[in-house]
Unconditional design. Structure first.
Length: 206
């Protein structure tokens, strides 16, 4: 990523695979270890991002990492990124009070992933006797979208019907007492408590 010729070649390869002329959102995810080897690493990345935009190869750049919130903040400080791309859900919202406001201060978008925790949320529901998984999915989406600063939630679905069911969450994003009660119930599950504790300690913190 620090070498423009190699990064440019990778972007061009992606464009061929995608059959597009420009990538709208290009995610760059450096690790903290890169800074240990090269203190100027992020400066080089920022310069490369600008060059990719000038070349018309990407429209926007997303700051991403699996090295924790401090790395996100360093990327935000470069001023080269248009958005941050983060793991974020009701059991993993460690960045809610620091990274999100820092991104908002720069006018950056916040793109979130793992709303459904790679299916882990299903086990949470099973443990507390929640059989309506569609309702649970809508609750997870609604919670994430209710957080100030969140711009977009990236979700994966198996089919059109699943997507249409998820979209019902957009009909009313008001967080109700019923929603809060249901979420409180889910948080009593052992899986939810373990998942949240692991993320707080930095496991799967991207």
């Amino acid at each position: 990523m620090a070498r423009y010729d190699l990064l440019k070649a990778e972007v061009e390869r992606a464009l061929v695979l995608l059959q597009r002329d420009c990538i709208d959102f290009y995610s760059i995810a450096p690790m903290a270890t890169a800074l240990e080897h090269d203190p100027g690493f992020l400066r080089k990345i920022a310069d490369n991002v600008c060059r990719l935009k000038l070349a018309g190869l990407i429209r926007f750049a997303c700051a991403d990492t699996f090295s924790g919130e401090a790395m996100y903040l360093k990327q935000i400080e470069t001023g080269a990124f248009d958005a941050i791309y983060i793991n974020f859900n009701f059991a993993n919202h460690c960045r809610r009070h620091v990274a999100l406001p820092a991104a908002a201060e720069r006018g950056m978008a916040v793109l979130t992933r793992e709303t459904f925790m790679k299916g882990t949320f299903v086990r949470m529901g099973d443990e507390v006797g929640l059989t309506d998984r569609g309702r649970f999915a809508q609750l997870a989406l609604k919670w994430t979208l209710s957080i100030p600063g969140v711009t977009l939630v990236m979700v994966g679905v198996d089919d059109r019907a699943q997507l249409e069911y998820d979209l019902v969450a957009l009909d009313d994003l008001t967080w109700s007492d019923e929603d809060e009660a249901l979420l409180t119930r889910i948080k009593t599950s052992t899986t939810c408590r373990t998942y949240a504790a692991d993320r707080a300690r930095g496991f799967g913190y991207g």
